[in-house]
Design a protein around this ligand. Structure first.
Ligand code: DGT
Ligand code: CA
Ligand code: CA
Length: 577
C-alpha cells in the first residue's frame, strides 16, 4: 500500500472527477456526490489511509456510499483511480488546465469546449483575442477581457516558420558560404535537418580546414538585419525576413560530433550522453572521449558506433525509442521519395486546381510517378467549384478516354467528397461506385465536439464507398487548430473497414503529423502520402510528406502509394464494394 496518500489527495481526486464529469455533462446528482465526498474527506480528523489499513467501514461516513468507499480504498491502496484515468483520456489533455484560469469553472469550461471547441489555454487565448468568447451565453465582454489578460503568456508564438519557407532560406545562405576559402562543408542542423514541420531558428554548421573568414562573411551577409552575437567560431543573426540563424564553425576532426550535437533534438542528445556515461565515455560537440583521449568525432557514424549504436536518421532523433531501437537493430528502414509510385489526391482545373489534367500528368511523370488519382471537390464546396453527379460523370468519361491513349501512366478516377455534418457523403452511391476510389474529407464544422466529430467520421467510413480519409485532423498552420477527434477510434475503424488515411504533404497541413503516423503504423492502417496538388508545382510537396512520414517511423510497406498500380487496385477495390 503506498504510504504517502493524504486525505487532501483523495479529496483532490474526487474534485477532479467531479470537474471532469461536469465538463462532460454527466448527471448532476453524480457530480454532486463526488463534490460532497471531497468535502467530507477534507474535514475528517482521521486519515482514510489508516481507516482502510484497519479495515474500517468507509461507507459509514456521511455521504459516502459503497461505490465511493470502494474508490477511496482503490486510491489509498493503489495510488490511482481508474475512473479518473478514464475521464482524463476521454477529454482532450489541455482541458484540465483550463480550470486553472481564473474565472473558469467546469460549467464554463464545458461551454467553451462545446461552443467553440476550445481545448487548450492557447486556444482559449485566441478565442478571447478574436472576440468569440463574449458571444457565448453567460460570458460577456468583461469576462472575455479577464480571460485575455490571464492567458497573455499563452499567446501563440508567431516565431516558428514553416519548413517550406525556412528551407530555401537555408539553401541560399549555404550557397554564400561554400565558396569561402578554407570551408570544407556547409550543412544544415537543428530542427530543419530533423524535418520538423516548423522551424524555430535555422542552425548551420561549417567544417573548416584551418582559419577561414567564414563567420565574418556570414554576419556581413546582405540579408542580415541584426547581429545578435559574433565570436570566432560562432555567430547568431536575424535576417531581414525575421528568421534567426545560428552558425557554428568546427574543425574537421570534430565535425561529426558537432553535427550530431547541433542537429539535436536536445532530448536525443541528453539520452545519448547518458548512454555514453554508463560506458565510461563522454560525448560533447567536440567528440567522444575516454579520459582525455578522443575516440570518435569526425563523422556522426563514428560517434554512434563508439557508444554501440547504428546510425540514427535525423528524423528519428526525438528520444522516442530510437536509441533502444538502434541498439537492437530495429530502426525503420528509411522511406525514400523514390519509393512513391503514385499520388492519390490531385486537383485539376475542373474544380479549384490551376492546371489541366494533361499538365498534371506530365508533372507527375517528371516526379517519377506511375499513376495519379484525380480527386476534385464535391458540390458542397462551392468555393472550390465542387462537382455534382453530372459533372463527375463527364469527368469519368474523360478520364476513361485519356487512359485509352496513355501509355505507361494511369489516371485513377476519384473524388474528394465532403463528409457532411451527419457523416453522410456529399454525393450518392450511384455515382461514387463508378470511381476507383473515394477520398472523404471534412471541410466545414471543424468545431464539433469530440464525440460528434468522431462519430461523423466513423459513420462516413462505414459507408459502402469510402477509401481514404484526407487530412484527418484538418489543421492549417497559422490559421486553424486541428479539430477535436478521437484518432485512435478513427484508425481502428479504418483497420476494420480496410480503408486508409492520408498524410497530406501540403506544408500548411502535414496532416497526419508524425505522431499520428506512428499511431497508424501501430494500428496497422496504411497511410497514403499525397500532394493534394492544385498545380504542377505542388508535387514538390511530396518531399515534405516523406520527411514527416520518416519522423513517424513509417517504412515503405506502411505506405499505400508505394504499391505498384497492380498491387494497389485490389486494395482500392475492396473499399468500393
Ligand atoms: P527549433 O529551433 O526550436 O526548431 O529546434 P532545434 O532543435 O533546432 O533547437 P535549437 O535551435 O535551440 O538547438 C539546435 C540543437 O542544438 C538542438 O536540437 C540540440 C542542440 N542543443 C541546443 N541546446 C542544447 C542543450 O542545452 N543541451 C543539449 N544537449 N543540446 C542542445
Ligand atoms: Ca533551430
Ligand atoms: Ca539554434
Amino acid at each position: 500500500m503506498p504510504i504517502s496518500i493524504q486525505n487532501a489527495e483523495v479529496a483532490g481526486v474526487f474534485t477532479e472527477i467531479a470537474d471532469l464529469l461536469e465538463i462532460e455533462g454527466a448527471n448532476p446528482f453524480r457530480i454532486r456526490a463526488y463534490r460532497n465526498a471531497a468535502r467530507t474527506i477534507g474535514t475528517l480528523s482521521r486519515s482514510v489511509h489508516s481507516m482502510v489499513a484497519h479495515g474500517e467501514d468507509l461507507d459509514a461516513l456521511p455521504g459516502i456510499g459503497i461505490d465511493l468507499a470502494a474508490k477511496m480504498t482503490e486510491i489509498v491502496s493503489t495510488g490511482r483511480c481508474a475512473l479518473l484515468d478514464r475521464l482524463r483520456t476521454e477529454l482532450p489533455s489541455g482541458i484540465s488546465e483550463l480550470l486553472e484560469v481564473p474565472g473558469l469553472g467546469p460549467k464554463r469550461v464545458r461551454a467553451l469546449h462545446h461552443e467553440l471547441g476550445v481545448q487548450s489555454v492557447e486556444q482559449l487565448h485566441c478565442a478571447a483575442r478574436d472576440g468569440r468568447i463574449q458571444q457565448i451565453a453567460g460570458f460577456g465582454a468583461r469576462l472575455q477581457q479577464a480571460i485575455l489578460d490571464a492567458t497573455a503568456a499563452h499567446a501563440p508564438s508567431a516565431s516558428r516558420t514553416r519548413i517550406d519557407v525556412a528551407e530555401p532560406v537555408a539553401e541560399a545562405l549555404m550557397a554564400t558560404l561554400v565558396g569561402v576559402p578554407g570551408v570544407e562543408r556547409v550543412v544544415v542542423a537543428g530542427s530543419l535537418r530533423r524535418r520538423r514541420e516548423t522551424i524555430g531558428d535555422l542552425d548551420l554548421l561549417v567544417s573548416l580546414n584551418g582559419d577561414a573568414p567564414v563567420i565574418d562573411r556570414f554576419v556581413h551577409g546582405e540579408d542580415v538585419r541584426q547581429i545578435l552575437s559574433h565570436g570566432s567560431t560562432r555567430a547568431s543573426v536575424v535576417l531581414r525576413n525575421g528568421l534567426q540563424v545560428d552558425l557554428r564553425a568546427v574543425e574537421r576532426a570534430s565535425f561529426g560530433a558537432a553535427w550530431l550535437y547541433f542537429t539535436g533534438s536536445k532530448a536525443h542528445n541528453i539520452a545519448l550522453r547518458r548512454l555514453a556515461q554508463r560506458q565510461g565515455l563522454k560525448i560533447n560537440e567536440y567528440g567522444v572521449f575516454r579520459g582525455g583521449e578522443r575516440v570518435a568525432g569526425d563523422s556522426e557514424e563514428s560517434v554512434y558506433r563508439a557508444v554501440g549504436l547504428r546510425f540514427i536518421e535525423p528524423e528519428l532523433r526525438e528520444n522516442q525509442g530510437e536509441i533502444e531501437a538502434s541498439r537492437q537493430g530495429r530502426l525503420p528502414v528509411p522511406l525514400q521519395l523514390a519509393d512513391l509510385r503514385g499520388d492519390l489526391h490531385v486537383h485539376t482545373r475542373e474544380s479549384d486546381g490551376h492546371d489541366a489534367l494533361e499538365a498534371m500528368v506530365k508533372a507527375a511523370r517528371e516526379h517519377g510517378l506511375d499513376y495519379l488519382a484525380v480527386t476534385e471537390h464535391s458540390r458542397r464546396l462551392a468555393v472550390g467549384r465542387g462537382l455534382d453527379p453530372a459533372r463527375l460523370a463527364r469527368q469519368i468519361d474523360r478520364i476513361d478516354r485519356f487512359n485509352e491513349t496513355s501509355t505507361g501512366f494511369t489516371v485513377l478516377k476519384g473524388i474528394e467528397v465532403d463528409i457532411l455534418e451527419d457523416g453522410t457523403l456529399d454525393l450518392p452511391d450511384s455515382i461514387l461506385k463508378r470511381l476507383d476510389l473515394v477520398v472523404g474529407a471534412i471541410h466545414h464544422r471543424l468545431d464539433l465536439p469530440r464525440d460528434r466529430q468522431t462519430e461523423r467520421v466513423l459513420r462516413a467510413m462505414d459507408q459502402r464507398c469510402f477509401t481514404l480519409l484526407a487530412h484527418p485532423v484538418g489543421r492549417l498552420f497559422g490559421e486553424r487548430e486541428a479539430c477535436d477527434i478521437d484518432l485512435l477510434r478513427v484508425l481502428r475503424k479504418a483497420k476494420q473497414r480496410g480503408c486508409f488515411v492520408e498524410l497530406n504533404s501540403h506544408p500548411s497541413r502535414l496532416d497526419l503529423d508524425d505522431t499520428a503516423c506512428r499511431m497508424a503504423r501501430d494500428e496497422g492502417v496504411l497511410v497514403s502520402i499525397n500532394s493534394d496538388a492544385h498545380s504542377t508545382l505542388d508535387f514538390a510537396h511530396l518531399r515534405l510528406g516523406i520527411g514527416q512520414a520518416r519522423r513517424g517511423w513509417l517504412e515503405k510497406s506502411d505506405v499505400l502509394n508505394t504499391r505498384s498500380l497492380q498491387d494497389l487496385r485490389p486494395l482500392l477495390a475492396r473499399t468500393m464494394t
